[in-house]
Ligand binder design. Structure first.
Ligand code: PMP
Length: 287
């Protein structure tokens, strides 16, 4: 089925949506993005994604293409036009397409930002093999730039990380800097030891996950112990349980870290409980 996508104010068949070769997203990765999940035709944590988009745009001095109400209307219209049940909405804003290639930012009065959104349908976001069986990760060096808190489209290294994982016969990679785990290639990373959930504190070193914020809130409400601190790869390999969070995978168990098998290789009870709480709460609050 041909998707209907959104480009700069127009709803178009995906084959007809075209962006200039001078677009700074294309030439310089000068763009930011968001991925919002859709459960049963409703948006999960839209307000959180809209807030982080504003933060990313402001951090890069990029103009805001539309306000939050308009953004919500576009998301909903794409869900409607594509009859989306479970799936994702990808959104990207770039600094637009000036007349020529230049390192300097173009005048925003003359060059409006480019805004693109499209849907990605999934059979189910909740019933997945990864959620049932858990995933296996390798450790790789984190060689990304120092502003990982800005959700830019510079995804070459995360993409290479996933290829390294595939070459190693596992599902994904966790990145390590100065001996400590930063995050997954496209997720936040957590371990559980003696009933305590441990995840790196927020800083410029990691993306401030929208799912992370919700999961830590739900964990606290369920009287689970949470420690926001860095942990080493050795600690991770000796953990009782581990998991990742992201808008597309929710809470997904990790059953092997760099060759060390956790919990006999099957998802543990705390992770399974947290995933269920996250899905129930997100479904109930989706708009
Ligand atoms: N860290 C990185 C590097 C990511 O790419 C993502 C997913 N976009 C996350 C964390 C998780 O963020 P969120 O829960 O907002 O999807």
């Amino acid at each position: 089925m041909t998707r209907t996508v959104y480009l700069n104010g127009a709803y178009l068949p995906e084959t007809e949506a075209k962006v200039s070769i001078f677009d700074r997203g294309f030439l310089m990765a000068d763009g930011v993005y968001e991925v919002t999940s859709v459960l049963g035709g409703k948006l999960v944590d839209f307000a959180g994604h809209a807030r982080r988009l504003r933060r990313s745009l402001d951090a890069l001095d990029m103009p805001h293409p539309v306000d939050e109400a308009e953004l919500l209307a576009i998301h909903r219209e794409l869900v409607r036009r594509n009859a989306l049940g479970d799936g994702l909405i990808y959104l990207q804003v770039t600094r637009g397409a000036p007349e020529d290639r230049d390192f300097l930012f173009p005048d925003p009065e003359k060059t409006p930002p480019t805004l693109v959104l499209f849907t990605q349908a999934k059979a189910s976001l909740t019933e997945t093999a990864a959620a049932r069986d858990g995933i296996r990760v390798i450790a790789i060096d984190d060689i990304r730039w120092a502003r990982r808190d800005i959700k830019t489209v510079q995804l070459l290294y995360p993409s290479m990380g996933k290829m390294m994982a595939m070459a190693a016969g596992v599902d994904d990679a966790w990145m390590v800097e100065d001996g400590k785990v930063t995050e997954g290639t496209s997720s936040n990373a957590y371990i559980i030891k003696d009933g305590r959930i441990i995840t790196r504190a927020l800083s410029n070193d990691i993306l401030h996950g929208i799912t992370r914020a919700a999961v830590l809130r739900f964990a606290a409400e369920a009287q689970m112990q949470v420690e926001e601190r860095s942990f080493t790869l050795e600690e991770a390999r000796a953990a009782d349980e581990a998991f990742i969070t992201s808008a597309s995978t929710f809470v997904t168990p990790v059953v092997e870290i760099d060759g060390a098998v956790l919990g006999g290789g099957t998802p543990g009870p705390l992770v399974r409980r947290l995933r269920q709480i996250y899905i129930d709460e997100s479904r109930a609050a989706a708009i």
